[in-house]
Design a protein around this ligand. Structure first.
Ligand code: XIL
Length: 333
């Protein structure tokens, strides 16, 4: 039985997953599964600002280094996630951003973080989730972001320039969610994202790709092959690579019967990946975790089952047994 990483590699693609250093260290069977199935690893939290800069000046890369070492040992590539994200700010940094900071705050941070992993990272999510649902701002940017508030929309270009300088070997990505469904608010997001990326390319900003997070909601939203395919064509038309960076599926609310949920998740996963992989600009797929044993979907208040049962949104279940979603990913490669 070939692994997902082998199946992807046979097509010249990458398959991988997000992982947490503590779970890899504490759970040997889980770690063995991650080593076997993933060809690229991304830290679920270990490179976010609230971890690496929990206290001002007290840089902590221990978790990220543990993951990078795990990846190196298992011949896996390593992804960086994420340098600039409004939702990953430690309180001191948020406060500083509100206090008329110098741009060095941003560029020094990137030089430090990105520079440390220079040459070891396949791709960085330089900026994450900079766009709002709808058109609250003419450009669709999230103006309430402390980064925007501090530096205006130029923070995005500045971040990419700083990342390129710190690590010229890494592919640089803008990463965002909710772009695959036919809901009209997602149409607003697609337009805002395309406008942003087009502007960055026109300005000569060093950006290599767009990351489609791919947090699917099979029982809440409606997938549309044509809309998503057209969006990916537009992205590729800008000369950008595409990666599916955080694939998973929320199964609450959904049918009580887990088998029914598994089937719906698998079928949507297949349709989503068929469109994604049909575009030659797509270079890989990562799921946001590998096993339901450790999934943010079972912890996030807006996504978890109130009765405490595990979410079933990842390729392997809580007993590390493959589910239909795993077969769907394998078949899509
Ligand atoms: C999530 C992690 O999975 C959680 O453990 C953490 O508490 C919050 O962040 N989009 C992203 C990811 O880009 O970084 C998020 O990860 C999930 C949504």
């Amino acid at each position: 039985e070939p692994s997902l990483r082998q199946l992807a590699a046979q097509k010249g693609l990458l398959y991988g997953c997000a992982a947490s250093s503590n779970f890899l260290a504490a759970d040997a069977p889980f770690a063995a599964l991650v080593a076997e199935q993933a060809g690229i690893l991304v830290p679920e939290r270990e490179l976010k600002q609230y971890v690496v800069q929990k206290k001002e000046g007290a840089w902590d890369f221990s978790g990220a280094e543990a993951l990078a070492a795990f990846a190196a040992k298992n011949g896996q590539k390593f992804r960086g996630h994420t340098l600039v994200w409004a939702s990953a700010l430690p309180p001191w940094l948020e406060q500083k951003l509100g206090n008329n900071p110098s741009e060095n705050l941003l560029t020094d941070m990137i030089a430090r973080e990105c520079g440390r992993f220079r040459g070891r990272v396949h791709s960085w999510d330089v900026v994450n989730e900079a766009v709002v649902p709808g058109f609250l701002h003419p450009d669709g940017l999230q103006t309430s972001s402390p980064w925007y508030q501090a530096f205006g929309e130029g923070y995005i270009a500045t971040a990419f320039h700083a990342a390129r300088e710190a690590d010229p070997h890494a592919l640089l990505f803008y990463n965002d969610y909710s772009v695959e469904m036919r809901e009209s608010w997602q149409g607003g997001r697609r337009t805002a994202i395309l406008n942003l990326l087009e502007k960055l390319k026109k300005q000569g900003v060093p950006i290599d790709g767009f990351g489609v997070q791919g947090h699917l909601k099979p029982f809440l939203e409606h997938f549309d092959e044509e809309i998503f395919a057209a969006f990916l064509r537009d992205i590729a038309g800008l000369g950008l690579k595409i990666m599916i960076t955080e694939l998973d599926a929320t199964d609450h609310p959904g049918p009580a019967d887990p088998a029914q949920r598994d089937a719906a998740i698998a079928s949507l996963t297949r349709r989503f990946l068929d469109v994604s992989l049909d575009n030659p600009a797509t270079i890989g797929v990562l799921t946001w975790g590998l096993s339901d044993r450790y999934s943010w979907l079972s912890m996030d208040p807006s996504r978890k089952w109130p009765d405490g049962q595990l979410s079933r949104g990842l390729p392997y279940d809580g007993d590390l047994k493959p589910k239909p979603m795993r077969e769907a990913i394998a078949a899509a490669f």
